[in-house]
Design a protein around this ligand. Structure first.
Ligand SMILES: NC(=O)c1ccc[n+]([C@@H]2O[C@H](COP(=O)([O-])OP(=O)(O)OC[C@H]3O[C@@H](n4cnc5c(N)ncnc54)[C@H](O)[C@@H]3O)[C@@H](O)[C@H]2O)c1
Length: 264
């Protein structure tokens, strides 16, 4: 009998860390539904449809879904589309997120930026997870052998202070709490929830501050003395869903080259 591939939802799958997660999951036997606010079927160079091509080359199926995760009305439809195509959901990776459009000091941060960042980074994933978790509970009731997982991509910003992007730090602290609380609530259903905290990862999000971080990394800010790459996060996701951490729900994994180490 051919072994059925597992199905993952990855938000923000069109580029950066989301793309890295998709590629590693496909290599490890997953089909993927990639959700992104940018949906351009004609663009095969960058975005969801470039990722689809890569995933298919590696032998996986990829369903591209255009949706804004901060729009709570889109969540039910996202789940329905995935179930219609794959019939199951084994993993949700809450990855989509944004930085503030402008870095403003905490003494000047605007309510508009606060609301935008919180709504995409924290409120959206909180309610998408609620929708998916309820589906996973029903799925598990039909088949006790299933071991579904949920992973939140938070950040070292959940605990590191950046006064010029306070709303981002707040949103990541909220995501971090959501991961812990969902891990607690879903443990009785056999649904494990983890949190990954990336450090400084080379993507479009950090491109604007590349020179600043090149210098800081060379000076020792990151003990492992290099940028992180999307595949570093993808590999951590794959490891968490490999079964090796099944007695560790609620675990927090740092993918930051050792930035979590306090040193003298
Ligand atoms: N790059 C880093 O150094 C770093 C560090 C720690 C945490 N993170 C987190 O990792 C995640 C991915 O970051 P990245 O660096 O790959 O960023 P990125 O900007 O390169 O990619 C983010 C993706 O999310 C999509 N997206 C944005 N808003 C969306 C929405 N409302 N609905 C659906 N999709 C949306 C974008 O279109 C894009 O494809 C984010 O949550 C970010 O906060 C990044």
């Amino acid at each position: 009998m051919v072994k059925q591939r597992k199905c993952a939802i990855v938000t923000g799958a069109g580029q950066g860390i989301g793309r890295g997660i998709v590629i590693e999951l496909v290599k490890n036997g997953f089909d993927v539904a990639g959700v992104d606010i940018i949906y351009q079927p004609d663009n095969k160079e960058k975005g969801l449809f470039e990722v689809k091509q890569q995933a298919e080359k590696l032998g996986g199926s990829f369903l591209a879904i255009g949706a804004d995760i901060s729009d709570l009305n889109s969540h039910k439809k996202i789940v329905e589309q995935i179930v219609a195509k794959f019939g199951r959901i084994n993993l949700l990776v809450n990855n989509a997120g944004v930085a503030p459009r402008q870095r403003l000091d905490i003494l000047e941060t605007t309510a508009e930026s606060y609301d935008r960042v919180m709504s995409i980074n924290a409120r959206g994933p909180f309610f998408l997870t609620q929708q998916v978790a309820n589906f996973m509970i029903q799925q598990k009731q039909k088949d006790q052998n299933l071991m579904p997982y949920i992973i939140f991509i938070s950040s070292i910003s959940a605990y590191v202070s950046s006064p010029s992007r306070a709303e981002y730090c707040l949103s990541k602290a909220a995501v971090s709490a959501a991961a812990t609380i969902y891990a607690d609530r879903l443990a009785e259903f056999g649904i494990n929830v983890y949190q990954i905290r990336p450090g400084i990862i080379l993507t479009d999000m950090t491109a604007v501050v590349k020179q600043k971080y090149d210098k800081l990394i060379a000076e020792g800010l990151v003990p492992q003395k290099r940028w992180g790459y999307p595949e570093d996060v993808g590999k951590a996701v794959s490891a968490l869903v490999s079964g090796g951490f099944d007695y560790s729900t609620g675990a927090v994994i740092e993918v930051s080259g050792g930035m979590n180490i306090h040193h003298l």
